[in-house]
Design a protein around this ligand. Structure first.
Ligand SMILES: Cc1ncc(COP(=O)(O)O)c(C=O)c1O
Length: 400
């Protein structure tokens, strides 16, 4: 008896590329190697104190029971208020469903909307889990690639050309993981104008990196455009902006009939998410954003540091990310080169070789639909980032 007995649905899934690399890095570190791990997409800051205090209070006050499936009313209200304040999005608490992280919220939204055989347009490079979530829903991913020279962003023309009668959903993250690209209001309005012409198409807008945006124009939510508002499912959470990855709180904001579908699904599969974490998230959404801004400043400093150092490496092509905490260099110059022992054929080879040679853990672009690139998380101390770039520079000098 073995894996072939698992369902074909599960056997068709890829393992998460980011988690796979993190596991290998941990193994090397356990053997005593000084690994610099830049593979995981996780803030290196602690959750702000006022949020932790709210969780402690919740424990003491006895919030220990099952929570309502869609979330506590005060949390749903805090989220509705946040959407109004930050995103110009007018939704009431009844439009919000709280889930176990933005990842869960995205997977739920896809399950609730996509029928087998329907197409989901995914703007690439994309976060590793999108295409796998579509597979689980038995939908078909249609990958549309943003060009390096357009800061990895998909143009409205490219989007329109990918639409077919089977298109059900278009999904993307802005700010983006892995590229850090940010779609401007103008670009999002152009995308929305196309969606408006196709009344059966929905938009899944992943805004989890909202607070880590370095552009002068700031964040814009496509769901705030009235003509398509009822067809946009906005996903966000507390993981990145509030440094709360382990608390597992995300949410969807959508039309009520979609929210009801999401609640029905969650009611049968997971029930409401952790009661204590919900109280912490309520404090995050209602509270001050000073800590979030401080973290953003640190990420801003680090992107300049890392991109500056990576641009000194011969052959690397590096865009300046406008948001999130990743650098995403094109490393294809090294494909076909060798250090005499290992030949680098693709980004997977490059990242594995780099880990073994320089003990720097990164993630290959292949899992993100960008096989020429590698992702480097900048959510680490400045000294670590500088040392990692130095190690990469020294290592690649051996490739001929
Ligand atoms: C683009 C994107 N969306 C969603 C998530 C998931 O967020 P959460 O930790 O809230 O599930 C991540 C996490 O890496 C992400 O990068």
């Amino acid at each position: 008896m073995s894996v072939e007995l698992l369902s074909s649905r599960i056997n068709a899934l890829e393992e998460s590329a980011t988690l796979g690399m993190t596991k290998k890095a941990r193994e090397l570190a356990a053997q005593g190697h000084k690994v610099i791990s830049l593979s995981v997409g996780e803030p290196d800051f602690k959750t702000p104190k006022h949020i932790c205090d709210a969780a402690k209070d919740a424990i003491d006050a006895g919030f220990h029971g099952y929570s309502p499936v869609a979330g506590y009313p005060d949390l749903r209200k805090a989220i509705a208020d946040k959407l109004k304040r930050d995103n110009n999005l007018e939704w009431g608490p009844e439009n919000i469903v709280v889930s176990t992280g933005a990842k869960h919220a995205l997977a739920n939204a896809i399950s609730v909307l996509v029928n087998p055989g329907e197409e989901v347009i995914i703007f690439a490079p994309y976060w590793v889990s999108y295409s796998e979530m579509v597979k689980l829903a038995e939908g078909t991913s249609v990958i549309v690639e943003g060009a390096f020279d357009n800061n990895f962003k998909v143009t409205p023309e490219q989007f329109e050309a990918a639409i077919t009668p089977k298109t059900k959903l278009v999904m993307f993250a802005s700010p983006n993981n892995p590229t850090g690209s940010v779609y401007t209001e103008e670009e999002l309005r152009a995308i929305a104008a196309i969606v408006e012409k196709h009344p059966n198409i929905f938009v899944l807008a992943d805004e989890i990196y909202e607070y880590i945006n370095f552009t002068a124009g700031g964040h814009f939510s496509i769901g705030s455009i009235p003509a398509i508002k009822d067809r946009v499912i906005t996903v966000n959470g507390v993981a990145k902006g509030h440094a709360m990855t382990g608390w597992r709180i995300g949410f969807t904001a959508s039309a009520k009939w979609i929210a009801e579908g999401l609640e029905k699904l969650q009611g049968q599969v997971t029930s409401g998410t952790c009661s204590i974490a919900q109280k912490a998230a309520t404090a995050a959404f209602n509270g001050p954003l000073d800590e979030a801004y401080k973290m953003k400043e640190a990420y801003d400093r680090r992107r300049h540091l890392v991109v500056g150092l990576l641009r000194e490496i011969p052959g690397f092509k590096v865009n300046m990310p406008d948001g999130a905490f990743y650098a995403f260099p094109d490393i294809s110059y090294y494909f076909g080169k060798t250090d005499g022992k290992t030949t680098i054929n693709n980004s997977d080879d490059f990242c594995m070789w780099l880990l073994a040679e320089a003990f720097v853990a990164t993630v290959a672009g292949s899992g993100f639909g960008a096989p020429n690139c590698m992702r480097i998380s900048t959510a680490a101390a400045d000294e670590q980032l500088a040392e990692a770039c130095e190690r990469i520079k020294t290592a690649v000098a051996k490739l001929k």
